[in-house]
Design a protein around this ligand. Structure first.
Ligand code: ADP
Ligand code: MG
Length: 400
């Protein structure tokens, strides 16, 4: 178990400087934050530090800039964050390490400052130890609250944790990081049963480890999305012009054997000839997909079947949309599953959503506040569910 910020004595924090790695990788539009879900998620950690009287120095990346890019400056983030915190957030736009250190030294105790986009420096993604050391030297404690990038070994994540520990300091998990782990890892390690997994999305290939890891733990694994198509082929069914991973059909065959009754595939599908807004949509049995049909959603009988399994579950883990939910009218299966999970949660079930697109789908369905936990990490949540090691987490100080 890793040490978390709640295990640090608030009296010790008073007057100290904490370096916090957050995930403020949010969409910007016209120089403003267009969606602030990730900023809100970090507020409890920042509030805890500020209440204890610590100086907070925030680090985050935004986008994938190749060097400094004014379009990807974190300045708009500091403005929105100040509104959310109800206190000023000083933006430090300097990139030079000595200038950053001087600016941080001038920040009054108990105040919050945000440094410029870490990825303006090549050394971040390259995990340059000198860069990590320069950030570590800014404070007395490192708090990693950036679950969304916990699967990356960057200078501002694992590098900074290692550099802080090398200086004799501690590197701890923030409240958001701890919450993500509690729901994704701990709750699902020993879930109340029946435990249902739901997987979808475009590809099997990125999620093979998740499928095998879940198959060993769930009572039922519901498969939708384009992922189901590859399983259809493994059953010898035609999939027309649908997205299929030809090179994974054999793998799907062995997963079907391994899963037996636990693995539940769609019984019907929504197909189209035109994958575009307002395109034609027909329901067919999975055995009736014509050569020019493209499978774009689960069908109504499958929605009912999946909703029944979900409503009988005590724990539900969902990753990956059931269809091309971004395009109307192909989102009904995904919306039906979102509502079924929310209804199960209303009755006391644990419902955890991982994956960026799945989180967006839950938002679109308007049920985000009814499900137990919507992860802020796409790739990181999938890696964690698959049982992989996360450098951002592994690098933190062990609990005493
Ligand atoms: P997440 O981000 O939640 O992990 P993925 O990135 O794996 O989910 O998958 C999301 C994508 O899968 C969406 O863009 C969606 O349009 C696509 N998708 C789902 N079902 C299908 C399908 N039947 N055919 C093509 N694409 C699909
Ligand atoms: Mg995605």
């Amino acid at each position: 178990m890793k040490k978390t910020i709640t295990e640090i004595d608030p009296a010790w924090l008073s007057g100290r400087t904490t370096v916090v790695r957050a995930d403020f990788n949010v969409p910007l539009e016209g120089g403003r934050v267009a969606e602030d879900h990730r900023l809100r998620a970090c507020v409890p950690t920042l509030q805890l530090l500020v209440d204890a009287g610590a100086k907070v120095v925030l680090l985050s990346h935004l986008g994938r800039p190749a060097g400094p890019d004014p379009e990807l400056s974190l300045a708009p983030v500091s403005e929105r964050l100040a509104e959310l915190l109800g206190r000023p957030v000083l933006f430090i736009g300097e990139m030079d390490a000595a200038k950053v250190a001087a600016a941080v030294a001038d920040v009054p105790p108990g105040s919050v400052a945000l440094l410029e986009n870490t990825r303006f420096l090549d050394g971040d993604a390259a995990n340059d130890p000198r860069l990590a050391a320069s950030w570590a030297a800014l404070g007395d404690l490192f708090v990693n609250d950036a679950f969304g990038v916990a699967h990356r070994a960057h200078a501002s994540t694992s590098g900074l944790a290692e550099a802080t520990i090398a200086r004799g300091g501690e590197a701890v998990a923030g409240l958001l990081m701890a919450k993500e782990l509690r729901f994704l890892e701990e709750a699902l390690r020993d879930p109340e049963r029946p435990f249902t997994g739901i997987l979808g999305g475009s590809k099997i290939s990125g999620k093979i480890e998740v499928i095998s890891a879940l198959l060993g733990r769930v009572d039922r694994l519901l498969i939708g999305g384009a992922m189901a198509n590859t399983f259809f082929r493994a059953l010898g069914l035609g999939t027309g012009s649908s997205l299929v991973e030809e090179d994974r059909i054999e793998l799907a065959t062995s997963l079907l054997e391994q899963g037996g009754q636990r693995l539940v595939l769609p019984v019907d599908c929504v197909v189209t000839h035109e994958l575009k807004e307002g395109g034609d949509a027909r329901t067919v049995l999975r055995s009736e997909v014509a050569p020019d049909d493209m499978i774009v959603d689960i069908g109504p009988a499958t929605r009912t079947l999946f909703a029944e399994v979900i409503s009988g579950s005590k724990s539900v883990l969902w990753n990956g949309p059931m269809g091309v939910f971004e395009i109307d009218p192909f989102g009904e299966g995904t919306m039906a599953v979102a509502h079924a999970v929310a209804t199960a949660c209303d009755r006391g079930a644990l419902g955890v959503i991982g994956g960026g697109d799945s989180g967006a789908a839950v938002d679109r369905a308007g049920v985000a506040d009814r499900v137990t936990h919507v992860s802020t990490g796409g790739g990181a949540s999938i890696k964690l569910l698959a049982g992989a090691q996360l450098p951002g987490l592994d690098s933190l100080t062990e609990q005493a």
